[in-house]
Design a protein around this ligand. Structure first.
Ligand SMILES: Nc1nc2c(c(=O)[nH]1)N[C@H]1C(S)=C(S)[C@@H](COP(=O)(O)O)O[C@H]1N2
Ligand SMILES: [Mo]
Length: 329
């Protein structure tokens, strides 16, 4: 771990060093000094996460793209969650089934990163992340995020509407669902060695949901490239749905006629369904969803959960006539 710190200080103090790299190092140092991880479980994350130079020491080639202009249509009813919190309290089972995975996630190489489009499309294709980003209209949006576990945050994503990606992918008329898939590499993602999980992580949306104005692909966070622990280089944001739908580290978009079975649905379909729309009145089988623990600038605050996480105006019409579907689990 000392080696890594030394490398950090040795970096040339060039103006070209993006803030993201600088910040990550500062956060890392802070984490080393004060983080609960050091006391609690240093051996586990640090053993594999730090050490010789790895892909995580490369400058993110998209750093110059950010910050991007904020879309004023997506504002918040609450303050933003501090960046420190949103980037160190995460769910990313590929790197461990606990919240403190951010160091482990630094091992993920995000260049080269190829994104595949297949299934019911006019023409299957593959494209590198930087070529893809150059084609997409980037903007910033402030979104609420509500995990099914009942914690919530409010964060600034940069990225592009999923609709722009659909237009690029040119799905065929008989495509009914969009399946998204996370990278697989159990050399860096040690969680993927846990064979009882149905890797790779899969998520899905109906084509109508995917084309909804709120469906967003995040490539940036807090005005910088999105950190690995938050899903770099491509991560879904569908803020009216529980957090597990927000698939990270996407490598594949596939268009299907049949409904995809998601990672969590396969593990426990009675607890984590396909629709997963937020609703305070529909309890999880093991806990109430009436309230949420919002992590804001003043720490944790209990707030009432809102139907569709407060986005009913934009999405309720997607579900008319579907009263018999388990829309809220
Ligand atoms: N590939 C993958 N994506 C994932 C997860 C995961 O374990 N693996 N966890 C999900 C869950 S449960 C939540 S709440 C969000 C958390 O996103 P954040 O850590 O950026 O806040 O990521 C989602 N995306
Ligand atoms: Mo979650």
């Amino acid at each position: 771990m000392l080696i890594k710190i030394k490398r950090g200080w040795e970096l040339p103090d060039s103006a070209a060093t993006p803030e993201s790299v600088f910040m990550n190092r500062r956060t890392l140092l802070k984490g080393l000094a004060t983080g609960p991880l050091l006391a609690a479980g240093a051996a586990l994350p640090f053993a594999g996460g730090l050490g010789p130079a790895r892909a995580d020491d490369q400058e993110d080639p998209t750093a110059h793209l950010y910050p991007v202009e904020q879309n004023p249509a997506y504002t918040l009813d609450r303050p933003l969650t501090p960046e420190d919190f949103a980037t160190t309290y995460n769910n990313y089972y590929e790197f461990g089934s606990y919240k403190e995975i951010w160091q482990q996630a630094q091992k993920l190489p995000i260049r080269p990163w190829t994104v595949q489009f297949d299934g019911l499309v006019e023409e299957p294709m593959e494209i590198g992340i930087d070529d893809l980003l150059a084609k997409m209209p980037l903007e910033e949006r402030l979104y609420r995020h509500r995990c099914v576990e009942a914690w919530s945050i409010a964060v600034p994503y940069s990225g592009f509407p999923l609709k722009a990606l659909l237009d690029f992918a040119r799905p065929l008329g008989d495509a009914r669902y969009l399946l998204m898939q996370t990278f697989e590499d159990d050399d860096v993602a040690e969680g993927q060695r846990q064979f009882w999980y149905p890797w790779p992580y899969i998520e899905g949306l109906t084509m109508e949901e995917a084309a909804n104005e709120l469906s967003f692909i995040a490539t940036g966070y807090y005005g910088k490239p999105i950190p690995k622990q938050n899903g770099a280089p491509l991560r879904l944001a569908v803020p009216w749905k529980y957090g597990f739908k927000h698939i990270k580290g996407i490598v594949r978009f596939s268009f299907t006629e049949d409904r995809p079975v998601s990672f969590w649905e396969e593990l426990a379909g009675n607890e984590y369904g396909f629709w997963a729309n937020v609703n305070p009145e529909v309890s999880h089988p093991r806990w109430s969803q009436a309230n949420e623990k919002f992590y804001g600038p003043d720490g944790m605050e209990r707030l009432p959960t809102q139907l569709y996480n407060g986005y009913a105006e934009q999405v309720a019409s997607l579900y008319t006539g579907m009263e018999n579907e388990p829309l809220f689990m």
